[in-house]
Design a protein around this ligand. Sequence first.
Ligand code: DLZ
Length: 163
Amino acid sequence: MSSADKNLSVFKTEGLPDISSKKFGILVAEWNTEVTEKLFEGAYQTLINNGASPENIERGNVPGSFELTLGAQWFAERRDIDAVIALGVVIQGETKHNDYINHAVAQGITNVSLKSGKPIIFGVLTPNNMEQALDRAGGVHGNKGDEAAITAIKMLGLYNQIA
Ligand code: DLZ
């Protein structure tokens, strides 16, 4: 079983909707790229494995996780984008900086999601250290990028059912 499969084993992944015509924006924070690149690979590959077309997946880089919110809004404002996945890693440091960033991004992504009515997925790891981050970016605890992609797909399916 791959680490991606292990991660997804906590999810119900059967019966996912057809996403062959859906367009995704994936935002990647440039802080801690050794981790965020793995999150991107996981999210991208999970979308492809579930039927998305490569030409329907667009990537945007932002300087740090704090900027994920505005990047998500720019993607969400586009009529052609159906869902956005925001990927970042905020590692706890010696200051409270991480708390401010984490809260701002969580709140910001919620706001963009509610304002746009589109799924904007919070794919931000908030570990205590780099080891915990790598464990969740294709390591022993799976890949948060995979999980974020599955969540985006599920929300698109739910939109068809209840919106
Ligand atoms: C400033 C900062 C710090 C200390 N730590 C992180 C981090 O662990 N992960 C991350 O994605 N970004 C960090 N940043 C950068 C902020 O997200 C943001 O880019 C800057 O504060 C500029 O707005």
